[in-house]
Design a protein. Structure first.
Length: 498
């Protein structure tokens, strides 16, 4: 294999992050702040930015948000674009930027994103129209042409999930957690205690991060014990184990070539983008043969490490996507890591404690990781996921370039095997089924309001089903994984068989 063109090696030379706790802002304001911080670290690269990518914003934003951001920060890119929904989007965008730089398509790419959900809630609470409050303040930007949308735009759930009430992420991820609890031989209270031990170190990291939404250290019991201010949301998750969306946070990174960094006088800030890879799990959760594992993370992680010439033991720091504890456990298992790995699993503090700004969290992880690697050396691995542990992206960062330069890991064979593993999902069923994943959704009053399951029929098909309302009271606190239920109807509903 020929030696890589050193001049075209992709590097991250600048990163910016911001948080707003008091003033009312919009998401584009925060993206601008973060991008300005990043570009001020490498001012000579501002004119070289050929692409501006903005991560999909859940908060209201102008339809031409990427073009508006470029105008605000003084860039004149050839390409402006926004991503589809998905927490994998930041790492996917950096992987894509690295490929464009390595090929010579661009000399520099700005990736930015933000959410202003705290401000949006404040506006709505004050009587403003939340759908238009942000964009109406920027009349010129509201007239910009929409940016092209890049990425996989498929919906995260299908008809089966919708009929069973598997829509809110906390409900679906809690179902994944039920599988892990059953495998560990724990009931939900026991499993909550173990999850408190897993997640408490995340709060310690968040306590030391200047942009964390909750910069406070908490003990395992504070996270796991169900109390009036830590109510049970969906078994086994109380509130403090769930991603916090109501934040005002922004992040941005500048990806450029080593040659451009040298010409701009910022080569001493270069952190090499060593490798990246992307894969997806079976798209709809109800069709997955194992709702407690992610073969796509395993595939993407293995592919990225292989092309970088590294093993998992060569990685010095990790940030595993952490919207809920099951995501951490599934990511660790997929990468071959034990849950007590001394390196830890986050550099930010994770989505429940650092903050979960919509699709943009992983950009904060990348920004933090590149700053950490620049300061301490070593190699960092970042994962991002979208929808319901569906879309996955992995990136590797280091102070020493990979032997063969930037390369994207090839997951084609593994992806075909994942796709082929999908089970047939029954839209209508009548008979016994064995539960493979479950949760009990709790209302504000602390009583069950729903209890969706995924279950396996005797013929091998899978079914997503909601509980008959008469069953809800009896389901409180129960993990149904492995239990037999009686399924009937279209859409399917279930009853306990004993």
């Amino acid at each position: 294999m020929p030696a890589p063109d050193e001049d075209r090696l992709p590097v991250v030379v600048a990163a910016g992050q911001c948080v707003e706790r008091t003033s009312i802002v919009d998401a584009l304001d925060l993206a601008e702040r973060a991008a300005a911080v990043a570009l001020d670290q490498a001012p000579a690269l501002r004119a070289s930015v050929g692409r501006v990518t903005v991560v999909n914003m859940l908060s209201p934003a102008p339809p031409g948000g990427a073009g508006a951001l470029a105008r605000r920060v003084g860039c004149t890119p050839d390409v402006t674009e926004v991503t589809t929904i998905g927490g994998n989007s930041p790492q996917w965008s950096v992987n894509r930027a690295a490929a464009a730089i390595a090929s010579g398509e661009h000399d520099a790419v700005l990736v930015a994103g933000a959410e202003a959900q705290r401000s949006l809630r404040a506006r709505v609470g004050a009587g403003e129209d939340g759908a238009t409050a942000d964009t109406s303040r920027h009349e010129l930007e509201a007239g910009l042409a929409p940016d092209p949308v890049v990425g996989d735009d498929r919906s995260g759930v299908g008809a089966a999930e919708m009929a069973a009430g598997m829509l809110a992420p906390v409900h679906v991820y809690a179902m994944f957690e039920s599988v892990l609890a059953a495998r560990a031989g724990r009931d939900f209270p026991e499993h909550r205690k173990a999850l408190g031990e897993l997640m408490a170190p995340f709060t310690e990291v968040a306590a030391g991060h200047p942009v964390a939404w909750f910069p406070e250290q908490r003990g395992p019991a504070e996270l796991a014990d169900v109390t009036p201010d830590n109510r049970l949301v969906a078994e086994p998750y109380p509130k403090r184990m769930c991603a916090v969306m109501g934040v005002d946070q922004g992040a941005a990174v500048v990806v450029t070539s080593l040659g451009a960094a040298r010409r701009a006088g910022v080569a001493d800030r270069a952190v090499f983008v060593l490798a990246g890879a992307d894969a997806v799990d079976v798209w709809f959760p109800s069709a997955r043969p194992d709702l407690g594992a992610s073969p796509a993370i395993a595939a993407a992680g293995a592919a990225a490490l292989e092309v970088a010439g590294l093993g998992i033991d060569d990685v010095s720091a990790f940030d595993l996507y952490s919207c809920f504890p099951c995501a951490v456990q599934m990511g660790a298992a997929a990468l071959g890591l034990e849950l007590d790995d001394r390196r830890g699993f986050t550099v930010t503090g994770g989505l429940p404690y650092f903050g979960g700004p919509g699709n943009d969290y992983t950009l904060h992880a990348i920004a933090t990781m590149t700053d950490l690697v620049r300061q301490r050396g070593g190699t960092g691995l970042v994962t991002g996921l979208g929808w319901y542990a569906t879309k996955h992206s992995v990136g590797l960062y280091g102070t020493v370039p990979a032997e063969h330069g930037w390369r994207a890991g090839n997951t084609t064979v593994a992806q075909a095997a994942i796709d082929d593993s999908a089970l047939v999902v029954a839209e209508e069923a009548d008979g016994p089924a064995t539960v493979t994943a479950s949760t009990v959704v709790m209302g504000p009053a602390g009583t069950p309001i729903a209890a969706p399951v995924v279950a396996r029929l005797a013929d091998g098909r899978q079914v997503a089903a909601a509980a008959e309302s008469s069953e809800l009271a009896a389901l409180a606190g129960q993990n149904l994984v492995g239990r037999l239920v009686e399924v009937a109807g279209r859409p399917p509903r279930y009853r306990l068989t004993g």
